[in-house]
Design a protein around this ligand. Structure first.
Ligand code: FAD
Ligand code: NAD
Length: 475
């Protein structure tokens, strides 16, 4: 007889492993099927996020920022560093250690919570059975019985015919984390989140970076006033962003020749490496047997309701493989919700208060609606802004670029969105999320005491500015 579990999770990324831990905490026997194999040949938990996504990219962003600061920004503090040497291999090795420590930590948590890790490819069969085949194709597949199945198989990079990957010169985001030397000229297709983050890493280390973006607008999901502010800063730093650029062909020889068309006609650039980062698509390949009638939507995402229930009773889907932003924390919260629902408890995710962060310099972070979205929906609002340059802490840090913008409903004053471009925006946004989660008003934020001197005073002043009473600016 097949071994049985209360819950089998397919996929051990931040959606799946968090769901599994919460299921185990709630007393359910739990297994996680995962097929990921790290570049050292070892199976690893943590999915895209820990192995080739959030964590390694942030490790390189931090390392490259330290390098850039020493070479370019410390003089203003009266520090001269002299000749600064770069060891890219050591930088990559540090990134690998950070990844291995964290993925090893998940394996430890599985042991502590008695979660069984089934290594291999998972496939949903009828009757909530899950078949697990060894990743290397050797050995026999085994079948397990589940009371409940949670699909958390995540996503993978979209590929485009115009720029076929070769794993060396034309690469996706996975391989862009592995360059062993700084490319002199780096081309990037797609000026979205990954393009900006990876472009920032390699530009800080010395690459000349050109981003080819198909759309005419920079970061359409971001409040456009702040997007423009960030764009200006990125361009000042040397990121060459070309809009309305449609790549027609990219070919790798000694260098990579990239042909594209824009409003001025046919163009060509020569680069040493080309990163393709034009979005991600859900992982549903060979995921369910033919007689399993799991519904997908028109974009190939697994169809779910607001509680992540699929059309099959007892089968849930969470994370990047379902609708909503492809963010680790969104998937994790869905995992907690589903575990609690399976355990018969109330479970819920507030999709209106999911924060976004882009880890460039300056960082970009936001929660809630943008001014464009509110205008389009005809919602009346007031907004207030405050520049970091007017705060004592940002000046002391030499980090004066950017601003905070708070948007509140015109009649009720309820906060509808908070947008930040600037130092530590990734941390500052948490206050806005809490305020919005508690249905706070701009008046609430304005009346909360913020320590002086801190960057959070910019959030405070922007909230005051909604009713034109910021202290350190002319309203
Ligand atoms: P994944 O993390 O993709 O995990 C799915 C797992 O399931 C994988 O291990 C996969 O191998 C496995 N799997 C798939 N199919 C099967 C199967 N049939 N059987 C067994 N196993 C299977 N998000 C943020 O919030 N913050 C960031 O800073 C951030 N930075 C990023 C940087 C980069 C370069 C990239 C690429 C992504 C980044 N993301 C970031 C997005 C984030 O990584 C994803 O949103 C997140 O990993 C999704 O989690 P998940 O658990 O749904 O899927
Ligand atoms: P993205 O959707 O953020 O950006 C892709 C960009 O490529 C868009 O601007 C799009 O207009 C452009 N594009 C699409 N097709 C193109 C083409 N043929 N030629 C030129 N441009 C083209 O996608 P991404 O940067 O690949 O990242 C994927 C997802 O991963 C993100 O949306 C996000 O959900 C997640 N992620 C999050 C973080 C973070 O939270 N900090 C970091 C990295 C990735």
């Amino acid at each position: 007889m097949a071994k049985a579990f209360d819950v089998i999770v397919i996929g051990g990324g931040p959606a799946g492993y968090v769901a599994a831990i919460r299921c185990a905490q709630l007393g359910m026997s739990t297994a996680v099927v995962d097929e990921f194999v790290y570049k050292d040949g070892e199976p690893a938990l943590g999915g895209t996020c820990l192995n080739v996504g959030c964590i390694p990219s942030k490790a390189l962003l931090d390392s490259s920022e330290q390098y850039y600061k020493i070479g370019h920004e410390l003089e203003a503090h009266g520090i001269k560093a002299g000749n600064v040497e770069l060891d890219v291999k050591a930088m990559i090795a540090r990134k690998d250690r950070v990844v291995k420590d964290l993925t090893g930590g998940i394996a430890q948590l599985f042991k502590a919570n008695k979660i069984e890790w089934l290594k291999g490819h998972g496939k949903l069969l009828s009757g909530k059975q899950v078949e697990v085949s060894p990743t290397d194709g050797k050995g026999k597949a085994r079948t397990y019985q589940a009371e409940n199945v949670i699909i958390a198989t995540g996503s993978k990079p979209i590929e485009i015919d115009a720029a076929p990957l070769d794993g060396d010169k034309i690469v996706n985001s996975d391989d862009a984390l592995e360059f062993t030397e700084v490319p002199k000229r780096l081309g990037i297709i797609g000026a979205g989140v990954i393009g900006l983050e990876m472009g920032s890493v390699w530009r800080r280390l010395g690459s000349k970076v050109i981003l080819l973006e198909a759309q005419d607008t920079f970061l359409p999901p971001v409040d456009q006033r702040l997007a423009k502010l960030a764009q200006k800063d990125f361009e000042r730093q040397g990121l060459d962003i070309r809009f309305g650029a449609r790549v027609t062909n990219a070919k790798a020889g000694k260098t990579v020749s990239v042909h594209y068309e824009d409003k001025d006609g046919k163009q060509n650039i020569q680069v040493d490496k080309l990163i393709v980062c034009v979005g991600r698509r859900p992982n549903t390949g060979n995921l369910f047997a033919e007689d399993v009638e799991l519904l997908l939507d028109e974009r190939g995402l697994i169809n779910v309701d607001e509680h992540c229930r699929t059309n099959l009773p007892g089968v849930y889907a969470i994370g990047d493989v379902v609708r909503g932003p492809m963010l680790a924390h969104k998937g994790s919260e869905e995992g907690v919700m589903v575990a609690e629902l399976i355990a018969g408890k109330p479970g819920h995710v507030n999709y209106d208060t999911i924060p976004w962060v882009i880890y460039t310099h300056p960082e970009i972070a936001w929660v809630g609606k943008t001014e464009q979205q509110l205008k389009a929906a005809g919602v009346p609002f007031n907004s207030g802004t405050f520049n970091f340059a007017a705060t004592g802490r940002a000046r002391a840090m030499e980090e004066t670029a950017g601003m905070v913008k708070v948007i509140a409903h015109k009649e009720t004053d309820r906060i509808l969105g908070v947008h930040i471009v600037g130092p530590q925006a990734s941390e500052l946004i948490a206050e806005a999320v809490v305020a919005m989660e508690f249905h706070g008003s701009s008046e609430d934020l304005a009346r909360i005491i913020h320590a002086h001197p801190t960057l959070s005073e910019a959030v405070h002043e922007a909230a005051l500015s909604v009713s034109r009473r910021a202290i350190h600016k002319a309203n």
